[in-house]
Design a protein around this ligand. Sequence first.
Ligand SMILES: [Zn+2]
Length: 419
Amino acid sequence: MMNTQNVISGADLRQTVNRLVQTAPVTDMHTHLYAPEFGELLLWGVDELLTYHYLISESFRWSEEDYDLFWSMSKREQADWIWKRLFIDHSPVSEAASGFITILDRLGLDVSTRNLDDYRQAIASRTVEEQVDTVMQIAGIEKIVMTNDPFDPVERPVWLAGNGKSDPRFYAALRVDALLNDWPHAVSELQALGYEVQAEWSQRTQAETRRFLKEWIVRMDALYLAVSMPGDFVYPADDHRSSMIDDVMIPVCQEQKIPFALMIGVRRRVNPGLKLAGDMSMLSDVSAVEALCRRYPEQKFLVTMLARENQHELTVLARKFRNLMIFGCWWFLHIESMVEEMTRFRMELLGTSMIPQHSDCRVFEQLIYKWEHSRKIIGTVLADKYERLQQSGWQVTEDEIKRDLDDMLNRNFWRFLGK
Ligand SMILES: [Zn+2]
């Protein structure tokens, strides 16, 4: 029997969902953030926020100047340049620009003064440890999954010194992009690390690549392997990627009992002048994911795609394969209208059995706006669904609302990992 004391009635329902969604603890299952132990890799503060690649490309919409002029400036000058174009000469209404304003306000700064130097100084006066604590508390984030690359010469020594796991709020994900997308580069990196690999796909090379992955999964306690793929990724195919997946990635993931995360649909450097800001999205082939899920029913796949046009098909595919967990509204989809659209049809097709959002943050304070904006939308969509149930006489308790939010924002990820 249901405890009728806890039933939320009528108008209180939406209010209750909105209140609970603001405070539900979050596991942010894919970010580019780092624990403070990683030093300069952890980006934070006003200049890093303003030079976020989303804002770089937006600010060039208002400039005739040479790209090289921008890249020759100091970080602080770049930040000033972007501030003028996106915040002073025009109103900051885009998702990324308004997000910066959300951050300043929630950190207690007076955005009405528009005095960038004041904001810069106020934030720079804190220690990185203080700022990490403050931001995680404001954003309600309990656990953060990083993106970790053993080939990165700045990152690698932190792991080798055994310092990568000292902050229990941060978890590792082992990034394997070079192995799949730039094999010649991976070969030279692996050789430099002492693995006996060669460009040719020999048994020895396969075994040594597996050894590399195993050793680094263990060293990092990596929760999953992760790769970002171009939209023209096909599987199965008679190519290096399929061989690497079949002979190395899947055997290692199965042995280590971890999922394989695929982020599919990037078209790199469509405008090389913009550097990291010059990437584009492209339509992908969902049947590659279908083939992987069917061939490896015991292997779990975390998948997100970048093209809006792929989202519905991918969500339908998740109805067919329980080893597929779809997650997040990635990059150009991480905007109010797309998050709402995707969250709505995902919930309509999958109920709460999905991971509606990850932040993909690169700069620490971005957690504040990315999660505040997303929480609001997830709450709105969930409240709509509860209201319809209520009209048929089905009543939800506060505990059930908390459970559903916890599933989507936290537990679904850990349950999928088998933890
Ligand atoms: Zn990412």
